[in-house]
Design a protein around this ligand. Structure first.
Ligand code: HAM
Length: 429
Protein backbone atom coordinates (compact mmCIF):
# COMPACT_ATOMS: atom_id res chain seq x y z
CA UNK A 1 0.00 0.00 0.00
CA UNK A 2 1.31 3.47 -0.76
CA UNK A 3 2.73 5.27 2.24
CA UNK A 4 0.07 7.96 2.33
CA UNK A 5 -2.60 5.33 2.93
CA UNK A 6 -1.05 3.93 6.05
CA UNK A 7 -1.99 4.87 9.57
CA UNK A 8 0.31 7.36 11.29
CA UNK A 9 3.17 5.75 13.18
CA UNK A 10 2.18 5.13 16.79
CA UNK A 11 -1.55 5.41 16.00
CA UNK A 12 -3.21 2.05 15.83
CA UNK A 13 -6.34 0.48 14.48
CA UNK A 14 -8.07 -1.68 17.00
CA UNK A 15 -9.24 -4.56 14.89
CA UNK A 16 -12.47 -6.54 15.31
CA UNK A 17 -10.64 -9.44 16.90
CA UNK A 18 -9.31 -7.09 19.58
CA UNK A 19 -12.43 -5.07 20.33
CA UNK A 20 -14.15 -7.71 22.49
CA UNK A 21 -11.29 -7.51 24.97
CA UNK A 22 -11.35 -3.69 24.89
CA UNK A 23 -15.08 -3.68 25.49
CA UNK A 24 -14.76 -6.17 28.32
CA UNK A 25 -12.09 -4.01 29.94
CA UNK A 26 -13.95 -0.74 29.42
CA UNK A 27 -17.23 -2.29 30.57
CA UNK A 28 -15.63 -3.66 33.73
CA UNK A 29 -14.14 -0.28 34.62
CA UNK A 30 -17.34 1.62 33.80
CA UNK A 31 -19.41 -0.68 36.02
CA UNK A 32 -16.95 -0.32 38.87
CA UNK A 33 -16.94 3.47 38.61
CA UNK A 34 -20.74 3.55 38.52
CA UNK A 35 -20.84 1.42 41.64
CA UNK A 36 -18.54 3.81 43.50
CA UNK A 37 -20.69 6.78 42.50
CA UNK A 38 -18.60 8.38 39.75
CA UNK A 39 -20.30 10.14 36.84
CA UNK A 40 -19.02 10.27 33.30
CA UNK A 41 -17.96 13.52 31.64
CA UNK A 42 -17.00 13.89 27.97
CA UNK A 43 -14.66 16.65 26.88
CA UNK A 44 -13.50 17.67 23.39
CA UNK A 45 -10.36 16.08 22.01
CA UNK A 46 -8.98 19.46 20.88
CA UNK A 47 -8.42 22.41 23.21
CA UNK A 48 -6.57 25.72 23.10
CA UNK A 49 -2.84 25.07 23.44
CA UNK A 50 -2.64 27.54 26.29
CA UNK A 51 -4.74 25.22 28.48
CA UNK A 52 -2.10 22.50 28.47
CA UNK A 53 0.81 24.90 28.86
CA UNK A 54 -0.77 26.45 31.92
CA UNK A 55 -1.80 23.22 33.61
CA UNK A 56 0.75 20.55 32.72
CA UNK A 57 3.63 23.04 32.94
CA UNK A 58 5.79 24.73 30.31
CA UNK A 59 8.89 22.83 31.34
CA UNK A 60 7.63 19.28 31.02
CA UNK A 61 8.38 16.70 28.34
CA UNK A 62 4.75 16.76 27.26
CA UNK A 63 4.57 20.50 26.64
CA UNK A 64 8.14 20.93 25.45
CA UNK A 65 8.24 18.16 22.90
CA UNK A 66 5.23 15.88 22.72
CA UNK A 67 2.15 17.91 21.88
CA UNK A 68 0.34 17.78 18.56
CA UNK A 69 -0.14 21.49 18.14
CA UNK A 70 -1.46 23.25 15.05
CA UNK A 71 -2.97 26.50 13.97
CA UNK A 72 -6.58 26.31 12.84
CA UNK A 73 -8.19 28.41 10.13
CA UNK A 74 -8.85 31.23 12.58
CA UNK A 75 -5.18 31.40 13.49
CA UNK A 76 -5.82 29.93 16.97
CA UNK A 77 -3.22 27.58 18.37
CA UNK A 78 -4.94 24.28 19.17
CA UNK A 79 -3.62 21.03 20.58
CA UNK A 80 -4.82 17.45 20.52
CA UNK A 81 -5.21 16.67 24.20
CA UNK A 82 -2.18 14.85 25.64
CA UNK A 83 -4.14 13.98 28.81
CA UNK A 84 -7.54 14.55 30.39
CA UNK A 85 -7.04 16.42 33.66
CA UNK A 86 -6.53 19.87 32.11
CA UNK A 87 -9.67 19.65 29.97
CA UNK A 88 -11.69 18.28 32.88
CA UNK A 89 -10.65 21.20 35.09
CA UNK A 90 -11.46 23.61 32.28
CA UNK A 91 -14.89 22.00 31.85
CA UNK A 92 -15.87 22.09 35.53
CA UNK A 93 -14.77 25.71 35.78
CA UNK A 94 -16.51 26.75 32.59
CA UNK A 95 -19.79 25.19 33.73
CA UNK A 96 -19.45 26.21 37.34
CA UNK A 97 -20.11 22.70 38.62
CA UNK A 98 -17.52 22.81 41.37
CA UNK A 99 -18.62 26.22 42.67
CA UNK A 100 -19.65 26.62 46.30
CA UNK A 101 -17.66 23.57 47.29
CA UNK A 102 -19.80 21.15 45.23
CA UNK A 103 -18.19 17.74 45.21
CA UNK A 104 -17.73 16.24 41.77
CA UNK A 105 -16.58 12.68 41.18
CA UNK A 106 -16.04 12.42 37.43
CA UNK A 107 -14.59 9.96 34.95
CA UNK A 108 -13.78 10.04 31.27
CA UNK A 109 -12.54 7.74 28.57
CA UNK A 110 -10.96 8.47 25.23
CA UNK A 111 -7.93 8.95 23.03
CA UNK A 112 -4.97 11.09 24.08
CA UNK A 113 -2.09 12.20 21.85
CA UNK A 114 1.61 12.49 22.59
CA UNK A 115 4.43 12.61 20.07
CA UNK A 116 6.59 10.08 21.90
CA UNK A 117 8.87 7.44 20.39
CA UNK A 118 6.52 4.53 19.73
CA UNK A 119 7.34 1.15 21.21
CA UNK A 120 5.46 -1.68 22.89
CA UNK A 121 3.04 -0.04 25.33
CA UNK A 122 3.86 3.48 24.16
CA UNK A 123 1.90 5.04 21.35
CA UNK A 124 1.20 8.45 19.86
CA UNK A 125 -2.52 7.97 20.05
CA UNK A 126 -3.38 6.00 23.16
CA UNK A 127 -6.47 5.67 25.30
CA UNK A 128 -7.03 6.49 28.91
CA UNK A 129 -9.77 6.00 31.41
CA UNK A 130 -9.28 8.75 33.92
CA UNK A 131 -11.09 10.19 36.86
CA UNK A 132 -11.02 13.42 38.79
CA UNK A 133 -12.55 14.33 42.13
CA UNK A 134 -13.08 17.94 43.15
CA UNK A 135 -13.68 19.58 46.53
CA UNK A 136 -12.61 16.72 48.76
CA UNK A 137 -9.31 17.41 50.44
CA UNK A 138 -8.87 14.51 52.85
CA UNK A 139 -6.78 11.38 52.46
CA UNK A 140 -9.97 9.29 52.51
CA UNK A 141 -10.70 10.13 48.89
CA UNK A 142 -7.08 9.53 47.82
CA UNK A 143 -7.48 6.14 49.47
CA UNK A 144 -10.77 5.49 47.68
CA UNK A 145 -9.13 6.02 44.29
CA UNK A 146 -6.46 3.50 45.12
CA UNK A 147 -8.89 1.03 46.69
CA UNK A 148 -11.01 1.18 43.56
CA UNK A 149 -8.09 0.37 41.29
CA UNK A 150 -7.05 -2.43 43.63
CA UNK A 151 -10.54 -3.90 43.28
CA UNK A 152 -10.28 -3.52 39.51
CA UNK A 153 -7.00 -5.43 39.37
CA UNK A 154 -8.68 -8.16 41.42
CA UNK A 155 -11.66 -8.36 39.08
CA UNK A 156 -9.38 -8.49 36.07
CA UNK A 157 -7.16 -11.17 37.61
CA UNK A 158 -3.95 -9.10 37.44
CA UNK A 159 -3.56 -8.08 41.07
CA UNK A 160 -0.44 -10.16 41.63
CA UNK A 161 1.30 -8.55 38.68
CA UNK A 162 1.03 -4.90 39.76
CA UNK A 163 2.74 -2.95 42.48
CA UNK A 164 1.70 0.35 44.03
CA UNK A 165 4.35 3.05 44.37
CA UNK A 166 3.52 5.96 46.59
CA UNK A 167 5.02 9.31 47.47
CA UNK A 168 4.01 12.69 48.80
CA UNK A 169 5.20 15.88 47.13
CA UNK A 170 3.81 17.97 49.97
CA UNK A 171 2.03 21.30 49.75
CA UNK A 172 3.47 23.88 47.39
CA UNK A 173 5.18 25.59 50.36
CA UNK A 174 6.94 22.45 51.52
CA UNK A 175 7.80 21.56 47.95
CA UNK A 176 9.46 24.91 47.32
CA UNK A 177 11.54 24.55 50.49
CA UNK A 178 12.59 21.10 49.30
CA UNK A 179 13.30 22.41 45.81
CA UNK A 180 15.64 25.01 47.26
CA UNK A 181 17.54 22.42 49.26
CA UNK A 182 17.76 20.08 46.28
CA UNK A 183 19.01 22.81 43.96
CA UNK A 184 21.65 23.79 46.47
CA UNK A 185 22.84 20.19 46.79
CA UNK A 186 22.76 19.41 43.07
CA UNK A 187 24.48 22.69 42.18
CA UNK A 188 27.36 21.63 44.39
CA UNK A 189 27.62 18.46 42.27
CA UNK A 190 26.85 20.11 38.96
CA UNK A 191 29.77 18.58 37.04
CA UNK A 192 28.74 15.03 37.90
CA UNK A 193 25.22 15.43 36.53
CA UNK A 194 24.25 14.33 33.03
CA UNK A 195 23.45 17.04 30.52
CA UNK A 196 19.69 16.62 30.74
CA UNK A 197 19.77 16.86 34.52
CA UNK A 198 21.95 19.97 34.36
CA UNK A 199 19.26 21.54 32.20
CA UNK A 200 16.47 20.34 34.48
CA UNK A 201 18.30 21.71 37.49
CA UNK A 202 17.59 25.15 36.08
CA UNK A 203 14.11 24.56 34.73
CA UNK A 204 12.40 21.84 36.76
CA UNK A 205 14.77 20.49 39.42
CA UNK A 206 12.43 17.90 40.95
CA UNK A 207 12.48 16.04 37.64
CA UNK A 208 16.19 15.32 38.19
CA UNK A 209 15.00 12.72 40.73
CA UNK A 210 13.43 10.88 37.81
CA UNK A 211 16.71 10.44 35.94
CA UNK A 212 17.72 7.14 34.38
CA UNK A 213 21.38 8.21 34.25
CA UNK A 214 23.53 6.10 36.59
CA UNK A 215 26.03 8.88 37.45
CA UNK A 216 23.27 11.28 38.37
CA UNK A 217 21.53 8.53 40.34
CA UNK A 218 24.76 8.08 42.31
CA UNK A 219 24.79 11.80 43.13
CA UNK A 220 21.18 11.55 44.27
CA UNK A 221 21.93 8.92 46.91
CA UNK A 222 22.98 11.60 49.39
CA UNK A 223 20.60 14.29 48.18
CA UNK A 224 18.11 15.83 50.61
CA UNK A 225 14.98 13.69 50.97
CA UNK A 226 11.57 15.06 50.17
CA UNK A 227 10.05 13.30 53.19
CA UNK A 228 12.21 15.43 55.51
CA UNK A 229 10.73 18.62 54.09
CA UNK A 230 7.04 17.74 54.35
CA UNK A 231 5.12 20.15 56.55
CA UNK A 232 2.77 18.86 59.25
CA UNK A 233 -0.30 19.08 57.05
CA UNK A 234 1.27 17.07 54.20
CA UNK A 235 2.70 14.56 56.63
CA UNK A 236 -0.66 14.03 58.34
CA UNK A 237 -2.36 13.65 54.95
CA UNK A 238 0.16 11.04 53.84
CA UNK A 239 -0.08 9.14 57.13
CA UNK A 240 -3.87 9.19 56.79
CA UNK A 241 -3.64 7.68 53.34
CA UNK A 242 -1.21 4.97 54.41
CA UNK A 243 -3.39 4.07 57.41
CA UNK A 244 -6.38 3.57 55.11
CA UNK A 245 -4.44 1.43 52.66
CA UNK A 246 -3.17 -0.63 55.60
CA UNK A 247 -6.72 -1.01 56.91
CA UNK A 248 -7.89 -2.44 53.58
CA UNK A 249 -4.73 -4.52 53.21
CA UNK A 250 -3.34 -2.91 50.08
CA UNK A 251 0.43 -3.29 49.86
CA UNK A 252 2.53 -0.34 48.67
CA UNK A 253 6.13 0.67 48.24
CA UNK A 254 7.24 4.15 49.23
CA UNK A 255 9.22 5.67 46.39
CA UNK A 256 10.71 9.03 47.41
CA UNK A 257 11.86 9.59 43.82
CA UNK A 258 8.37 9.41 42.37
CA UNK A 259 7.69 12.93 41.09
CA UNK A 260 5.51 12.36 37.97
CA UNK A 261 5.93 14.06 34.62
CA UNK A 262 3.23 16.71 35.00
CA UNK A 263 3.73 19.79 37.15
CA UNK A 264 0.32 20.11 38.75
CA UNK A 265 0.70 17.60 41.57
CA UNK A 266 0.85 18.28 45.31
CA UNK A 267 0.77 15.90 48.27
CA UNK A 268 -0.14 12.37 47.13
CA UNK A 269 1.31 10.90 43.95
CA UNK A 270 1.10 7.24 43.00
CA UNK A 271 1.77 4.82 40.18
CA UNK A 272 0.70 1.24 39.62
CA UNK A 273 3.60 -0.46 37.87
CA UNK A 274 4.18 -3.90 36.44
CA UNK A 275 7.23 -5.78 35.23
CA UNK A 276 5.17 -7.74 32.70
CA UNK A 277 5.24 -5.18 29.91
CA UNK A 278 8.92 -4.37 29.51
CA UNK A 279 9.97 -0.73 29.64
CA UNK A 280 6.49 0.81 29.67
CA UNK A 281 5.44 -0.56 33.03
CA UNK A 282 3.15 2.14 34.45
CA UNK A 283 -0.44 1.08 33.91
CA UNK A 284 -2.19 3.68 36.06
CA UNK A 285 -0.96 6.86 37.65
CA UNK A 286 -2.15 10.00 39.32
CA UNK A 287 -2.25 12.09 42.42
CA UNK A 288 -3.54 15.18 44.14
CA UNK A 289 -3.47 18.64 42.55
CA UNK A 290 -4.83 21.04 45.13
CA UNK A 291 -3.43 24.15 43.44
CA UNK A 292 -4.44 23.49 39.84
CA UNK A 293 -7.98 24.86 39.73
CA UNK A 294 -6.88 28.14 41.27
CA UNK A 295 -3.90 28.29 38.95
CA UNK A 296 -6.37 28.04 36.07
CA UNK A 297 -8.48 30.91 37.28
CA UNK A 298 -10.92 29.22 39.63
CA UNK A 299 -11.46 29.48 43.38
CA UNK A 300 -9.17 27.29 45.50
CA UNK A 301 -10.56 23.79 44.89
CA UNK A 302 -8.82 20.62 45.95
CA UNK A 303 -8.56 17.93 43.31
CA UNK A 304 -7.26 14.41 42.98
CA UNK A 305 -7.37 11.86 40.18
CA UNK A 306 -5.63 9.29 38.06
CA UNK A 307 -5.63 7.83 34.59
CA UNK A 308 -4.95 4.34 33.34
CA UNK A 309 -3.62 3.39 29.92
CA UNK A 310 -6.07 1.07 28.21
CA UNK A 311 -3.53 -0.32 25.70
CA UNK A 312 -1.18 -1.28 28.53
CA UNK A 313 -3.90 -2.95 30.57
CA UNK A 314 -5.26 -4.83 27.56
CA UNK A 315 -1.70 -5.98 26.82
CA UNK A 316 -1.44 -7.18 30.40
CA UNK A 317 -4.65 -9.17 30.16
CA UNK A 318 -3.26 -10.81 27.04
CA UNK A 319 0.19 -11.41 28.50
CA UNK A 320 -1.20 -12.93 31.68
CA UNK A 321 -3.89 -14.79 29.71
CA UNK A 322 -6.65 -13.26 31.77
CA UNK A 323 -9.18 -13.16 28.96
CA UNK A 324 -12.58 -14.48 30.03
CA UNK A 325 -13.70 -17.20 27.65
CA UNK A 326 -17.18 -15.87 27.11
CA UNK A 327 -16.01 -12.59 25.57
CA UNK A 328 -14.67 -14.29 22.46
CA UNK A 329 -18.13 -15.59 21.54
CA UNK A 330 -20.17 -12.87 19.92
CA UNK A 331 -22.95 -14.92 18.40
CA UNK A 332 -25.38 -17.16 20.28
CA UNK A 333 -27.50 -18.40 17.42
CA UNK A 334 -27.00 -18.45 13.64
CA UNK A 335 -29.98 -18.80 11.34
CA UNK A 336 -29.50 -20.56 8.00
CA UNK A 337 -32.23 -20.41 5.39
CA UNK A 338 -32.34 -22.21 2.07
CA UNK A 339 -34.39 -20.79 -0.76
CA UNK A 340 -36.15 -17.50 -1.24
CA UNK A 341 -39.29 -18.38 0.66
CA UNK A 342 -37.34 -19.70 3.66
CA UNK A 343 -35.17 -16.60 3.64
CA UNK A 344 -38.23 -14.34 3.95
CA UNK A 345 -39.75 -16.49 6.67
CA UNK A 346 -36.38 -16.58 8.44
CA UNK A 347 -36.12 -12.80 8.51
CA UNK A 348 -39.57 -12.44 10.01
CA UNK A 349 -38.97 -15.24 12.50
CA UNK A 350 -35.67 -13.67 13.60
CA UNK A 351 -37.40 -10.36 14.30
CA UNK A 352 -40.11 -12.10 16.36
CA UNK A 353 -37.43 -13.84 18.40
CA UNK A 354 -35.56 -10.54 18.88
CA UNK A 355 -38.79 -8.92 20.11
CA UNK A 356 -39.01 -11.48 22.84
CA UNK A 357 -35.30 -11.90 23.60
CA UNK A 358 -33.71 -8.49 23.04
CA UNK A 359 -30.36 -9.62 24.47
CA UNK A 360 -30.03 -12.69 22.29
CA UNK A 361 -27.15 -12.45 19.87
CA UNK A 362 -28.86 -13.80 16.79
CA UNK A 363 -27.17 -13.61 13.44
CA UNK A 364 -29.12 -14.27 10.25
CA UNK A 365 -27.16 -15.64 7.33
CA UNK A 366 -26.68 -13.08 4.60
CA UNK A 367 -25.57 -13.83 1.06
CA UNK A 368 -27.58 -17.08 0.67
CA UNK A 369 -25.32 -20.05 -0.14
CA UNK A 370 -25.48 -23.83 -0.15
CA UNK A 371 -26.26 -25.91 2.90
CA UNK A 372 -22.55 -26.59 3.32
CA UNK A 373 -21.40 -23.01 3.02
CA UNK A 374 -24.06 -21.63 5.38
CA UNK A 375 -23.19 -24.27 7.92
CA UNK A 376 -19.54 -23.42 7.68
CA UNK A 377 -20.35 -19.78 8.36
CA UNK A 378 -22.57 -20.74 11.29
CA UNK A 379 -19.73 -22.76 12.79
CA UNK A 380 -17.13 -20.06 12.17
CA UNK A 381 -19.35 -17.43 13.81
CA UNK A 382 -18.81 -19.19 17.12
CA UNK A 383 -22.56 -19.63 17.63
CA UNK A 384 -23.76 -22.25 20.06
CA UNK A 385 -26.75 -23.22 17.92
CA UNK A 386 -27.76 -23.16 14.29
CA UNK A 387 -31.36 -22.67 13.24
CA UNK A 388 -32.24 -24.29 9.95
CA UNK A 389 -35.05 -23.36 7.62
CA UNK A 390 -35.34 -25.49 4.47
CA UNK A 391 -38.23 -26.85 2.40
CA UNK A 392 -39.22 -29.50 4.98
CA UNK A 393 -39.20 -27.03 7.87
CA UNK A 394 -41.21 -24.53 5.82
CA UNK A 395 -43.83 -27.15 5.08
CA UNK A 396 -44.22 -27.98 8.77
CA UNK A 397 -43.76 -24.43 10.12
CA UNK A 398 -40.87 -25.56 12.28
CA UNK A 399 -37.22 -24.70 12.47
CA UNK A 400 -34.34 -27.14 12.79
CA UNK A 401 -32.44 -26.50 16.02
CA UNK A 402 -28.91 -27.88 15.95
CA UNK A 403 -26.33 -27.65 18.73
CA UNK A 404 -22.98 -26.68 17.21
CA UNK A 405 -20.65 -27.02 20.16
CA UNK A 406 -21.54 -30.03 22.13
CA UNK A 407 -23.83 -32.94 22.61
CA UNK A 408 -27.37 -33.13 21.39
CA UNK A 409 -29.23 -34.08 18.28
CA UNK A 410 -31.01 -31.76 15.92
CA UNK A 411 -34.62 -31.15 16.93
CA UNK A 412 -37.59 -29.50 15.29
CA UNK A 413 -39.12 -26.57 17.13
CA UNK A 414 -42.39 -24.93 16.18
CA UNK A 415 -41.99 -21.29 15.14
CA UNK A 416 -44.27 -20.15 17.93
CA UNK A 417 -42.22 -21.99 20.53
CA UNK A 418 -38.81 -20.92 19.29
CA UNK A 419 -38.19 -17.89 21.52
CA UNK A 420 -39.23 -19.79 24.64
CA UNK A 421 -36.97 -22.67 23.68
CA UNK A 422 -33.98 -20.40 23.04
CA UNK A 423 -34.55 -18.67 26.37
CA UNK A 424 -34.02 -22.00 28.13
CA UNK A 425 -30.78 -22.89 26.37
CA UNK A 426 -28.90 -19.63 25.83
CA UNK A 427 -27.62 -17.59 28.75
CA UNK A 428 -28.04 -14.10 27.42
CA UNK A 429 -25.44 -11.42 28.03
P1 HAM B 1 0.18 10.08 32.90
O1 HAM B 1 1.07 9.40 33.86
O2 HAM B 1 0.82 10.99 31.92
O3 HAM B 1 -0.90 10.86 33.75
O4 HAM B 1 -0.66 9.01 32.10
C1 HAM B 1 -1.47 8.07 32.78
C2 HAM B 1 -1.34 6.71 32.13
O5 HAM B 1 -1.61 6.79 30.72
C3 HAM B 1 0.07 6.12 32.18
O6 HAM B 1 0.30 5.50 33.41
C4 HAM B 1 0.01 5.09 31.06
O7 HAM B 1 -0.65 3.92 31.50
C5 HAM B 1 -0.86 5.80 30.05
N1 HAM B 1 -0.01 6.43 29.02
C6 HAM B 1 0.62 7.62 29.09
N2 HAM B 1 1.31 7.88 27.96
C7 HAM B 1 1.11 6.81 27.13
C8 HAM B 1 1.55 6.46 25.82
N3 HAM B 1 2.31 7.29 25.09
N4 HAM B 1 1.14 5.28 25.31
C9 HAM B 1 0.35 4.44 26.01
N5 HAM B 1 -0.09 4.71 27.25
C10 HAM B 1 0.28 5.88 27.81
C11 HAM B 1 -1.89 11.63 33.23
O8 HAM B 1 -2.19 11.65 32.07
C12 HAM B 1 -2.67 12.37 34.27
N6 HAM B 1 -3.67 13.20 33.59
C13 HAM B 1 -3.30 11.42 35.25
C14 HAM B 1 -4.10 12.13 36.30
C15 HAM B 1 -5.42 12.32 36.33
N7 HAM B 1 -3.60 12.72 37.37
C16 HAM B 1 -4.58 13.26 38.05
N8 HAM B 1 -5.69 13.04 37.42
Amino acid sequence: MSKSLQAIRGMNDILPEQTPLWRYFEGTVARLLDNYGYKQIRMPIVEFTELFKRSIGEVTDIVEKEMYTFEDRNGDSLTLRPEGTAACVRAVLEHGITGGGQVQKLWYIGPMFRHERPQKGRYRQFHQIGLEVFNLDGPDIDAELIIMTWRLWGELGIRDAVKLELNSLGTSESRSRYREALVEYLSAHHDKLDEDSQRRLKTNPLRVLDTKNADTQAVLVDAPKMADYLDDESRAHFEGLKARLDAVGIPYVLNPKLVRGLDYYSKTVFEWVTDKLGAQGTVCAGGRYDGLVEQMGGKPTPGVGFAMGIERLVLMLETLEQIPQEISRQVDVYLCAFGEEAELAGLALAERVRDELPNLRLQVNAGAGSFKSQFKKADKSGALYALILGDDEMAQQVVGFKPLRGQGEQQSIAWDALAAHLATCVVQG
